[in-house]
Design a protein around this ligand. Structure first.
Ligand code: C5P
Length: 397
């Protein structure tokens, strides 16, 4: 599991978004982390410590002066144990105290006493957030190495619409994971280009030809590479995945657009992973206005799209690691091996559309990796995120 040997100290301060930290606790636990929650007294007015205790399976710390259960100074032991301290949600009050070295409760004392990376996800009323003093405090903490996941614009508890809504929990989770894994990042000297999703080839202003790709595999690779410290460029066609805010993303629609974005990004890349489902053909002509029903049935003439992977293979085989995907309905291994040779790829990740748990839209995949030297490795059904790590490890081995 992603965070199995990590301890995350989760600070919860007193805002209405405190209940969202429950979801974060359970997300961190599911990833294998040991979660130790510290609540401020006002946070405990919003959500009961028992909820956090139940989800984290650890005693929740609030009071600096409670009877010690073991012979330890709690704020010091938490400060030492933390791989990351995440404060979610963080109030303006907490940010002000942390920025000024004030340590007047369990959370601020632990933060001051710890050398662990600090991640802060503010949530508050827009005026409080935009107040010059809060902004200065944020800048001060940033200049001392704290990371922030900034709030979104949305409808706030006070009724106002503005900036101050706690960022998406999945985004906060990823930022915590990134910091927790930073010391063991093995791809920090690698530049990786990943393509994902489907291309869409327009026929007229309203219609286009596309395919069933959702982008899940490519997005999982881009995320895993980022978590392992790589400099990632994601070239995304049509997809249904949440944006990876922290990854450089170039959004494209057509195969020719994907072609130029990929060739451009590939120039200084070490590893190229083409997971997108690129249309092989596009309409020869894109009509300026909507094709009318009254025009009657018409044949659509198609022209070939560039083969991005083949082009990159021709240019960079031997100097960069090149990985392609193959999705077939029959003769999977033979076709994938042929593709690997024809496109000058180092390896092809082949998935059979007819296998249960593989292919478009699923969270899992069942693949074989076919290398240019002819070796074939079959993998069991697994999460696309686990497979992403295998592909990356193969790419650097
Ligand atoms: O030849 P086929 O389309 O089956 O090959 C699939 C692999 O080639 C995938 O890695 C896909 O991203 C890539 N590809 C491409 N440009 C195309 C067609 C496929 O890069 N026009």
């Amino acid at each position: 599991m992603l965070l199995s040997d990590k301890t995350i100290v989760l600070g919860v301060t007193g805002g209405i978004a405190a209940y969202k930290a429950l979801e974060l606790t359970s997300r961190l636990k599911k990833a294998g982390a040991d979660v130790k929650v510290i609540m401020t007294r006002s946070a405990a007015e919003f959500v009961t410590p028992l909820s956090f205790q139940t989800l984290s399976q650890n005693r929740v710390a609030i009071n600096m002066f409670e009877e010690p259960k073991a012979w330890e100074v709690r704020h010091i032991s938490l400060a030492k144990a933390a791989d990351v301290i995440a404060v979610v949600p963080a109030t303006a009050n907490f940010i002000a105290k942390a920025a000024n070295g004030i340590a007047d409760d369990m959370l601020t004392t632990t933060v001051l006493a710890s050398k662990a990376p600090l991640l802060i996800a503010p949530a508050m009323n827009t005026n409080m957030f935009e107040n010059q003093i809060t902004q200065e405090n944020i800048e001060r903490l940033k200049s001392r190495g704290a990371s922030f996941v900034m709030p979104d614009v949305g409808r706030l508890a006070c009724g106002a619409i503005g900036k101050g809504k706690l960022a998406d929990i999945e985004l906060i989770f990823d930022s915590i994971a990134y910091l927790a894994l930073k010391s063991e990042a093995d791809l920090s000297d690698k530049k990786i280009v990943v393509s994902a999703g489907a291309t869409a080839e327009p026929l007229d202003p309203v219609r286009f030809l596309t395919n069933r790709s959702t982008g899940k595999m490519g997005f999982a690779i881009a995320r895993a590479a980022w978590l392992r410290g790589a400099d990632v460029t994601l070239i995304a066609g049509r997809h249904t995945c949440p944006e990876l805010n922290f990854v450089k993303t170039v959004n494209v629609t057509t195969a020719p657009e994907m072609y130029s974005a990929a060739l451009d990004a590939a120039k200084d890349a070490d590893i190229i992973i083409m997971a997108a489902a690129v249309a092989d053909y596009r309409p020869a002509e894109v009509k300026k206005s909507k094709i009318k029903k009254s025009a009657g049935a018409e044949e659509i003439r198609l022209v070939r799209n560039p083969d991005i992977l083949a082009e990159l293979g021709k240019k960079y085989a031997g100097s960069k690691t090149i990985i392609g995907f193959a999705m077939e309905t029959e003769n999977l291994l033979e076709n994938a091996a042929e593709k690997c040779a024809k496109k000058h790829a180092d390896f092809i990740v082949a998935n059979n559309l007819r296998t249960e748990g593989a292919g478009f839209g699923t969270d899992t995949n069942v693949v074989s990796i076919i290398k240019k030297d002819g070796t074939v490795t079959d993998y069991p059904k697994m999460d696309k995120s686990a497979l992403a790590d295998i592909i990356l490890t193969e790419a650097v081995s």
